[in-house]
Design a protein around this ligand. Structure first.
Ligand code: NAD
Ligand code: ZN
Length: 397
């Protein structure tokens, strides 16, 4: 039916000038794009249940929304938290938040991207109107859907259905699908030359880790750093510390398979806390004599958050918490030694204002100013997403 319709309109176009013909074709294209698309997606029907790759229906974008044909997506520790039920989310949902793709269609009023543009999905949007967006240092936009998560678009509805059932979104990104719908404020147009199989990690891992060092903490040349957790995020932190000129970078992980890669990225000393006879923070104090200038927690455990804090120099040490614990998880500090001057700071996505900054990170990669390639350990087709999670959970990534 659609093809027949196209042919009739196209033959009529010959009667008009070329400009009108182009306009008519655009209208046809738009009307075609406003169809519901059926495509493959990975659905988590409940927590701790393997992802199920199934056909889903993806509705057209509404006003202020963008539908994207996904080309690549990374797997982040935060996706794993969600699948294990450690983050409170509504199921069934389509996970994935670290993605790159090409705009397929746009809803009414969308003007910052157009069909055909290469884009990143943004786990934190940037509305440019709220208290966080208007503050020079803020990036935790009030229109985010991370803390707490509704699993729905801003209008309170979902764009996904499967077997007649409503499927929730994750962080309004849901990149484990061939097509997804995001808010315009949650999408960033990037350079046309960007290699899509690589730069998806610039939508979370790179800005989170690299940015925690270079932007949130502002690691200084010659400083000492410790990074708790040498997974995807921790590795990107190490890269940021190294790029900032840190002279000593201590890496802490219970999986020693991570050590060779960490050393290649710039870690000078590797510690496995399970092999120590005393708390890791005491060992770090002994190694440095006075504590580190900068400590980063990239695991998501309250014990390692405390250890990171206690590894810092009493007066000027800066402790940056990147890892995410389940909600309502307390972590306690000795109130008697907080006053000495250390800084405790959380960071989300490296404190970057996402739409403003992420395209520049892509350009920096294209101009060889940052090298994200070592952060990509495997590339698998979408239908092997189970294998990807197996590798991740086995500590091989
Ligand atoms: P990951 O699983 O790749 O890395 C975690 C690493 O920690 C692994 O190498 C693991 O072996 C190590 N580890 C586990 N327990 C440990 C322990 N007790 N002591 C030392 N090392 C230990 O995960 P990731 O993708 O790097 O994510 C890390 C954390 O960052 C997660 O909590 C994730 O939710 C969070 N995160 C935060 C942001 C943000 O913006 N703040 C963004 C993305 C991810
Ligand atoms: Zn905002």
């Amino acid at each position: 039916m659609i093809f027949l319709f196209l042919q009739i309109i196209a033959s009529k176009c010959h009667l008009y000038d070329q400009k009108l013909s182009v306009i008519t074709k655009c209208v046809i294209l738009l009307s075609l794009c406003q169809q519901t698309i059926t495509c493959w997606a990975a659905i988590a029907w409940a927590k701790n249940v393997p992802l199920s790759v199934e056909k889903v229906q993806v509705e057209p974008p509404k006003a202020g929304e963008v539908r994207i044909k996904m080309t690549s997506s990374g797997i982040c520790g935060s996706d794993d938290h969600v699948l294990k039920g450690l983050s409170p989310m509504k199921f069934p949902l389509i996970p994935g938040h670290e993605g790159a793709g090409i705009v397929e269609s746009i809803g009414e009023g969308v003007c910052s991207v157009k069909p055909g543009d290469k884009v990143l999905t943004l786990p934190l949007p940037q509305c440019r109107e709220c208290s966080a967006c208007l503050h020079p240092k803020g990036n935790f936009c009030e229109k985010q859907d991370v803390l707490p998560s509704s699993g729905l678009m801003l209008d309170g509805t979902s764009r996904f259905t499967c077997r007649g059932e409503k499927i929730y979104h994750l962080f309004r990104t849901s990149t484990f699908a061939e097509y997804t719908v995001v808010q315009e404020i949650g999408v960033a147009k990037i350079d046309d030359a960007a290699p899509m199989d690589k730069i998806c990690i610039i939508s979370c891992e790179v800005p989170t880790g690299y940015g925690a060092a270079v932007h949130s903490a502002k690691v200084t040349p010659g400083s000492t750093c410790v990074v708790f957790g040498l997974g995807g995020i921790g590795s990107a932190v190490v890269m940021g510390c190294k790029a900032s000129g840190a002279s000593r970078i201590i890496g802490v992980d219970i999986n020693e398979e991570k050590f060779p890669q960490a050393r290649a990225l710039g870690v000078t000393d590797c510690i496995n806390p399970r092999k120590l006879k005393k708390p890791v923070q005491e060992v770090i104090m002994e190694m440095t004599g006075i504590g580190v200038d900068f400590a980063f927690e990239a695991i998501g455990l309250s014990d390692t958050m405390v250890a990171a804090w206690e590894s810092c120099h009493l007066s000027y040490g800066v402790c940056v918490i990147i890892g995410v614990t389940p909600p309502n998880t307390p972590f306690s500090l000795d109130g008697g030694n907080v006053f000495s001057g250390r800084t405790l700071k959380g960071t989300c996505l490296g404190d970057y204002k996402t739409r403003d900054s992420f395209p520049q990170l892509v350009t920096d990669y294209l101009q060889n100013k940052i090298n994200i390639d070592p952060l990509i350990t495997h590339q698998l087709p979408f239908n092997q997403i189970h294998k990807a999670f197996e590798l991740y959970r086995a500590g091989k990534t």
